[in-house]
Design a protein around this ligand. Structure first.
Ligand code: SF4
Ligand code: SF4
Length: 175
């Protein structure tokens, strides 16, 4: 079994920059390809990703991105913290650019502990639970999300890279 990777932000940025020229167009246009057995391929590949990547050594999504908070998330987390819904919103949240969704005011997320673990793990937002969505049931519809997220998330970059290798038969670095 491969040792899980330690996360090094500089090395990850360099890797992303090197691979995005090939992986960006690949994931953007993946819906135009005929892929046999996509569901099985996605399930198997995402299992391969998690054999290599350990989120507790990374937490880059909690540092660089923000989850969206649904009304149910706000109620659940506020209750967990013994706060009113309104106090929770005032203290931690703001509306996104479109004015539609509640997001964190600051990055890193205020709930990220010094040990890289989520301090509200049991009640964390639904968005955090599903992230990075690499096994999503409507996988092709997520291609735009993957294209954006692979800049920040090693698991997403690895997923797209492995899918590229399995579908095209080429290695990204030796194409
Ligand atoms: S709520 Fe927890 S899992 Fe979600 S971004 Fe914040 S620290 Fe990360
Ligand atoms: S989901 Fe991605 S960015 Fe977040 S901790 Fe896991 S590998 Fe890192």
């Amino acid at each position: 079994m491969k040792k899980k990777q330690d996360f090094n932000i500089k090395a990850f940025h360099a890797e992303y920059k090197k691979k995005k020229k090939i992986l960006g167009p690949f994931i953007k246009n993946i819906h135009r390809r005929k892929i046999k057995g996509l569901r099985t391929l996605v399930n198997k590949t995402s299992n391969d990703v998690w054999k290599e990547i350990d989120c507790t050594r990374c937490a880059n999504c909690c540092k660089k991105m923000t989850p969206t908070f649904t009304q149910a998330d706000i109620k659940r987390v506020a209750t967990y913290l013994n706060m009113s819904r309104q106090d929770f919103i005032t203290k931690y949240l703001e509306k996104d650019e479109d004015g539609m969704a509640w997001i964190n005011k600051k990055r890193p997320c205020q709930f990220l502990g010094k040990d890289n673990l989520c301090t509200i793990y049991e009640v964390r937002p639904y968005d955090c639970k599903g992230f990075p969505h690499i096994k999503h049931s409507r996988w092709l519809d997520q291609r735009g999300v993957f294209e954006t997220n692979m800049e920040y998330c090693p698991a997403t970059l690895k997923m797209v890279e492995l899918m590229f290798e399995k579908i095209t038969g080429h290695s990204v670095t030796h194409k």
